[in-house]
Write a protein that binds this ligand. Structure first.
Ligand SMILES: *Cc1c(COP(=O)(O)O)cnc(C)c1O
Length: 352
């Protein structure tokens, strides 16, 4: 049964007697064994896909948000605020609705996928479209939450990262071990930080006997960590990782170094190829940013950076329906046809 991540992983989280164990049944997402895609990529060991799109608002952000909102409630806060490329705002808006507090979200004007915008609006958040990018929106939110009694729920809020560690525990619980490689997209770099923290904690608690190498992938046009400097005007089709100044930069680098992993980049073309490939080979629809993990694994195997006989987990961070525009653009196979049997037979090339 899904109990939500706070109740399930309570002993690994900063939960006190006063923390309300709120939940929308987040977490417990499918870890799907891939055979077809594994073959395509040349994985000879095992490939598993952690489908975070199955969370209540369609992305892993629910894991961190449930923890952050629980702590905000514990502290008596009645309002939360974030900057977002879309998924954080969806999660913040949903949890705020669920517990009856106010959510204010700042999104980059025109820079957020349609489904995510729809979510924030329908859940009843105050949605402000900033005429600027994510990094500018975050700066505004940092300033205002420092001066007003409103809780910041971006991943600078340490409880976000804490909640997100639960995905690592789930992977270990399902596999009975940690994978050799954990591959994921990197935007603000909170998630790679959280996974590594989670794997380390499970290892330290004796729940698993190994730790994975963390392989993170930025988008080429937003690869601040790879290039070693912030990017003022990040560009990528993968809006969820279109971030030029990652908030958890140092901790992501630490995760890479401690795990003997790597942080590299993938191009938009590689991301979109992987996006179509995982849908067509496995029937799994993720959003473009999520596909950076698949594209990254492909790159790592091609370059000989990873042992193909190992156990891999790729994190598919968000649901494909978040971004219908990209899907339709990338898969233009709609055929218009007259409403009669003959016309359909003609199009299909069927002749009785
Ligand atoms: C937030 C997000 C990311 C990036 O995660 P970070 O913690 O910012 O690195 C990747 N994919 C999706 C779908 C996201 O919502």
């Amino acid at each position: 049964m899904r109990t939500g991540v706070l109740a399930k992983y309570r002993e690994f989280l900063p939960i006190t007697d006063k923390t309300p164990l709120i939940t929308m049944n987040e977490g417990d997402t499918p870890l799907i064994r891939s055979h077809n895609l594994a073959r395509e990529l040349g994985v000879q060991g095992e490939l598993w896909l952690k489908y975070e799109g199955a969370n209540p608002t369609g992305s892993f952000k629910d894991r961190g948000m449930v923890m952050a909102v629980a702590k905000a409630l514990e502290d008596g806060s009645r309002a939360i605020m974030c900057a977002s490329t879309g998924n954080t705002s969806a999660a913040a808006a949903a949890f705020a609705a669920r517990v009856g507090i106010t959510a204010i979200v700042l999104v980059p004007s025109g820079g957020i996928a349609l489904g995510k915008l729809a979510q924030a609006l329908i859940y009843g958040a105050k949605v402000l479209a900033i005429e600027g990018n994510f990094d500018q929106a975050l700066e505004i939110v940092r300033d205002l939450t420092a001066r007003y009694p409103v809780t910041l729920v971006n991943s600078l809020n340490p409880y976000r990262i804490e909640g997100q560690t639960t995905a690592a525990y789930e992977i270990c619980d399902t596999l009975g071990r940690a994978p050799h490689y954990c591959v994921l997209p990197v935007g603000n770099a909170g998630n790679i930080t959280a996974y590594w923290e989670g794997f380390k904690r499970y290892f330290a608690a004796g729940r698993v006997r190994n730790k994975p190498r963390m392989f993170g992938f930025e988008a080429e046009g937003a690869a601040a960590i790879v290039r070693g400097e912030p990017i003022d005007n990040p560009q990528t089709v993968a809006s969820a990782i279109k971030i030029g100044k990652p908030a958890s930069w140092e901790r992501a680098v630490a995760a890479r170094n401690e795990s003997e992993g790597l942080i590299d980049f993938v191009t938009d073309e590689e991301i979109l190829d992987a996006y179509r490939l995982v849908a067509r080979t496995e029937g799994i629809f993720c959003e473009p940013a999520s596909a950076a993990s698949i594209a990254g694994l492909r790159k790592a195997l091609t370059k000989g950076w990873a042992d193909p006989t190992a156990v891999f987990v790729c994190i598919l961070t968000g649901h494909g329906l978040k971004d219908p525009d990209n899907a339709i653009q990338q898969a233009p196979n709609l055929t218009n046809v007259a409403a009669n049997i003959g016309a359909v037979e003609d199009v299909l090339g069927w002749k009785a």
